[in-house]
Design a protein around this ligand. Structure first.
Ligand code: BTN
Length: 252
């Protein structure tokens, strides 16, 4: 069933919401809207994406009618160096909304993955576009299967809860939670988001991980976040590194 857009508008009448049947990527739709001067908080989503973008140029699997794929245009009054914190605020919001809607207990993997039972169920892609921030979110809600190449690492809320989930309820909870967390960052600065993320993520402190940075792989134990939201890693070969980018994978 397509998303009941009227139900969302009824709960959030002041929100600019555009919901498409199909698109290549909502990131491009949102960029066009931002360029045209849309208000902060504008959201563009689609039932299906034919070229959904993930981090590092990867594709985001976006089959019709089963997930939530949308991009949000934010215009936060924040300096560019706080973008990692915006990503964390969105991750916190996704975790909170998923927990509230499904009763499951999500984990957050720095910097932007939401996991259920160790597998990814949601991802966040934040891009600067002029003065606007385009925040893309992809949530696996009711998928029952995944393509072979991601089958071992992806999951959906339906698979983990053993029950189909109402996308409208989840989207409303998520948008409300995003508003709260972005507001918290804008009003109170980085510290509360860093604290909340550290509490919500089993990856931030004391976890043995591998960090794939493309040209090199680091192995060590996580040692918290620095003041900018970067991950600290005590490397096995000695020394502490500040991880600004890279794919973090758990090691036993
Ligand atoms: C990641 O974890 O790699 C980020 C995934 C982000 C996917 C979302 S789906 C909606 C929006 N449109 C896109 O093309 N990508 C983001």
């Amino acid at each position: 069933m397509p998303l009941d857009v009227d139900a969302i508008i009824e709960r959030m009448p002041e929100r600019q919401l555009l919901w498409l049947d199909t698109t290549d990527s909502t990131m491009w739709d949102a960029q066009r809207l931002a360029e045209a001067g849309c208000p902060a908080g504008t959201i563009v989503g689609a039932e299906e994406q034919t070229a959904g973008q993930g981090r590092y140029g990867r594709r985001w699997h976006s089959p019709p009618g089963t997930g939530l794929y949308f991009s949000l245009v934010l215009r936060p009054k924040l300096p560019p160096e706080t973008m990692p914190l915006v990503t964390m605020a969105l991750g916190l919001a996704a975790g909170e909304a998923i927990a509230q809607t499904t009763g499951l207990t999500p984990d957050l993997r720095w910097p932007n993955d939401v996991l259920l039972n160790g597998r990814k169920c949601a991802g966040i892609l934040v891009q600067m576009h002029g003065a606007a921030v385009i925040a893309g979110m992809g949530l696996n809600v009711n998928q029952v299967e995944f393509p072979e190449e991601i089958a071992a690492i992806a999951t959906s809320m339906r698979r983990e809860a053993g029950l189909g989930q109402e996308r409208e309820t989840l989207l409303i909870a998520l948008l409300e939670s995003i508003d709260r967390h972005v507001q918290l960052l804008t009003a109170s600065g980085k510290e509360p988001i860093l604290r909340l993320f550290t509490q919500a993520s089993s990856y931030v402190l004391g976890r043995r991980v591998m960090v794939d940075q493309g040209d090199r792989v680091l192995i060590g134990t996580t040692a918290g976040l620095d003041a900018n939201g970067f991950l600290l890693l005590d490397q096995e070969q000695g020394g502490r590194s500040v991880i600004m980018t890279g794919g973090v994978r758990t090691l036993s």
